[in-house]
Each structure stands twice: as structure tokens, then as C-alpha cells.
Ligand binder design. Structure first.
Ligand code: GDD
Ligand code: MG
Length: 375
């Protein structure tokens, strides 16, 4: 089956992580986010895909190429500026004459797409929308459905008091080609499926079918959800191989010293080095080439490639980009540090800090955060 994946957003909510690489290439369990979606789509028989992005997404093409390594056929459609989801699909799927799948490129899911397609055909819908129940639906597109899950109303990011359902657009749709006739030419806002085309089809009385299922779904759109996705997937991988909650999934050449302590699931990529008395508390992901020195602790965090955590340093609930260097004894809590950030020895970062690529902390000329607090 054919499909389109939308990757042309700017990834602003994942900044500062997305300054150096596009959202689709941020690592989840040490693989690019988009790889999880591509593998899932392939497993569901959707293996002929157009990736719709903007020029700044060339890195995605550079990485995935023609898709052969993943068993899919990939082509690329580029917008000179973001067209909005509808116009992006209209351009990417211009040659499609049959039913096809469209996905947001920042989700991870185990959606049963083949059952969804069968339901789409049975109901004769022009459009089907996968629906997921969430706690704060107003961050998403909210769907109200009848008892056959036909969508009666669709509102993109309503005000909280206007969200009348907890079922949201899970970012996977099945299109009949004629849906594209309902995407007006114009600016990015007119070109939005969620704000214009979906409500218009419903208003015209066309059948827009919901498909709610009880499986896994996450939009990896913010640092919190990015950490959550890593944790969820790692917990699941760990549960698949062992019943204990202490588990290390390590590449063959990762070296974890016998004197290191591990609790909860930990994924260690190629070339990882963990020294004695270091403490890893899962779910934690260590990217390729990471080093955790003597007595350092890394808890519930995701480290990209080549991160170095100095002796006795403490990293908790944080995301550390490629090549981040944490000095000995430093304390990092709830932080998002972009590629190449360096934290001086003994520095206690303010909780929740987000640091731009290449920054040295504490910043010169600003209040230092000495490890030796006066208490
Ligand atoms: N090609 C292209 N052009 N892609 C785009 C454009 C565009 O103009 N705008 C966004 N995208 C891509 C993004 O790269 C991302 O992969 C996907 O479309 C969704 O965009 P987000 O910016 O992440 O949207 P959202 O999360 O706020 O909302 C969307 O997803 C929710 C579920 O994850 C909407 O579809 C909501 O209705 C939905 O609930
Ligand atoms: Mg999103």
C-alpha cells in the first residue's frame, strides 16, 4: 500500500535538541524516531512511501535514502516553505489514484492499520482517522464520534473548555484520493488538513470514520514526551527479554565494569564505557560511544552519542545531546542540553535548564552555580 509521511514541521517544541538535527532523526532507543514508524508501516504492508518535507529535511533523505535497508520504497517531496499538512499531501500524493495512508512523522504507535483499512472500506468512508484517548485532548485535534465511531465534529487544538471528547487525532489517516480535492490552494493555514479539510468534509455530510484502538501511541513532540517514548519502548523491550526489572541491553562491544551498579532497564549502545562504582538507573539509554566515569550516576535519562559523564557527576531525568561533556561532580537534573554543551566540574545546573548547542556552563559573566552550596 502507498502512503505519505509528513516531516516538514520545524520541531520547535523539541528545541534545543532540534537545532542540530531534524525531529525525525532524534534517537529513540538509539535509532532515529522515523525508523520506528517506517518499520511499523512496513510491518502493516505500507511499504511505498513519499516523505513530504522542506529543504531543511534533506538530512532525512540522506539518512534513509531509498529505504531498501528497511524493506520499504522511499521517495521524497520537498516544499520550498511549509505548505501546511493538506497542501503537502496534495503535492506528495499527486499521482496516487487509490486509497492511501497518511501519517504525521513524529509518532510512534502499534496501530493495527490493516484492521483500520478494512473498517474504512466497510464503512465506505472518504477519510478515516485513527483516534487515541488522552488526558489533555486540547493539545491535539479533538474528535467527537457517534456510537459507530463516525466523526461528527473535529476541532484542531480547541480551548480546554471546548474539548468535548478525550479522543484525539492520532496522526494516521486513510485517504480516498478525492480528499485532496477538498484542500484549497492558498497559504499554510488554508492548506491545513486539520483546520480546513477535515471539518469541511464533515460539514458536507461526508463519512469521516474514526478508528479508536487501545494500543500504544505517542507524539514525540516535546522533551517530556521524548523521554517518555524512550522509557516506554525500553520498558517494553526489557519486558520482552526478562521478567526482572534489572536488565541491561548492551551492544557486544559495550564495556560495563563489574563494579558498576545497574537498576531497571538500561540500553547501552556501541562502544559505551561504564566505569566501576558508576550507577545506572533505568529506564536509561546510553548512545554510541558514551562514557560514564567512576562513581557517576545516570538515572532515567537519555544520552545521545559520545556523551561523557565525569567522575561522581549526577545526571537525572535529563536529555543530553551528542558530545555533551559533564564535568566531575556536576549535578544535572531535568535538563535538556543540546549537542556539544560542556558543564564545568562541580557545577549544579538549575533544575529544568535548556541549553543551546555548544554552550559552556556556567556561562561566563553569569552567576555561577558552585557545587559547594553554603549549607
Ligand atoms: N510536509 C509538511 N509540511 N509537514 C508538516 C507541515 C508542513 O507544512 N507541518 C507539520 N508537518 C509535519 C511535522 O513535521 C510532523 O511530523 C507532523 O506534520 C505533525 O506536525 P506537528 O507540528 O507535530 O503537529 P501537532 O503534533 O501539533 O498536531 C498534529 O498531530 C497531532 C497528533 O500527533 C495534528 O495532526 C493534530 O490534530 C494531532 O492530534
Ligand atoms: Mg506532533
Amino acid at each position: 500500500m502507498r502512503g505519505v509521511i509528513l516531516v516538514g514541521g520545524e520541531g520547535t517544541r523539541l528545541r534545543p535538541l532540534t537545532y542540530a538535527r531534524p525531529k525525525q532523526l532524534v534517537p529513540v532507543l538509539n535509532r532515529p524516531l522515523l525508523e520506528h514508524l517506517l518499520r511499523h508501516l512496513a510491518s502493516q504492508g505500507v511499504d511505498d512511501l513519499v516523505i513530504a518535507g522542506s529543504a531543511s529535511n534533506r538530512a532525512v533523505e540522506h539518512y534513509f535514502g531509498d529505504g531498501a535497508a528497511l524493506g520499504v520504497r522511499l521517495r521524497y517531496s520537498y516544499e520550498t516553505e511549509p505548505l501546511g499538512s493538506g497542501l503537502a499531501v496534495k503535492q506528495a500524493a499527486a499521482a496516487f489514484r487509490e486509497t492511501f495512508v497518511v501519517c504525521n512523522g513524529d509518532i510512534i504507535t502499534d496501530l493495527d492499520l490493516m484492521t483500520m483499512v478494512a473498517r474504512h472500506r466497510d464503512t465506505g468512508a472518504v477519510l478515516s482517522i485513527a483516534l487515541a484517548p488522552v488526558d489533555e485532548p486540547w493539545h491535539y485535534g479533538v474528535a467527537e464520534v457517534d456510537d459507530e465511531e463516525r466523526i461528527l465534529r473535529f476541532v484542531e487544538k480547541p480551548r480546554p473548555e471546548e474539548a468535548r471528547s478525550n479522543l484525539i487525532n492520532a496522526g494516521t489517516w486513510i485517504f480516498e484520493p478525492e480528499v485532496l480535492d477538498h484542500v484549497p490552494e492558498g497559504g499554510a493555514r488554508d492548506g491545513s488538513l486539520e483546520r480546513v479539510t477535515f471539518p469541511a468534509l464533515i460539514d458536507q455530510g461526508r463519512r469521516v470514520q474514526g478508528f479508536a484502538w487501545g494500543g500504544y501511541w505517542i507524539d514525540v513532540g516535546s522533551p517530556e514526551r521524548y523521554l517518555q517514548a524512550n522509557r516506554d519502548l525500553l520498558d517494553e523491550e526489557a519486558a520482552a527479554v526478562a521478567e526482572t526489572d534489572v536488565i541491561l541491553l548492551a551492544e557486544a562491544d559495550a564495556v560495563i565494569d563489574d563494579g558498576a551498579e545497574i537498576g531497571g532497564p538500561v540500553l547501552a549502545g556501541r562502544g559505551v564505557r561504564v566505569r566501576q562504582r558508576a550507577r545506572l538507573l533505568g529506564p536509561t539509554v546510553l548512545g554510541e560511544g558514551c562514557e560514564v566515569e567512576d562513581g557517576a550516576s545516570v538515572e532515567q535519562s537519555v544520552l545521545w552519542e559520545d556523551v561523557r559523564v565525569g567522575a561522581g557527576a549526577h545526571v537525572h531525568n535529563s536529555i543530553l545531546g551528542r558530545g555533551v561533556a559533564i564535568g566531575a561532580g556536576a549535578v544535572i537534573e531535568g535538563a535538556v542540553l543540546a549537542d556539544g554543551v560542556r558543564v564545568d566540574e562541580g557545577c549544579i545546573l538549575p533544575e529544568g535548564l535548556r541549553a543551546m548547542p555548544g554552550l559552556r556552563l556556567p556561562e561566563r559573566g553569569r552567576e555561577p552555580h558552585p557545587a559547594t552550596a553554603s549549607s
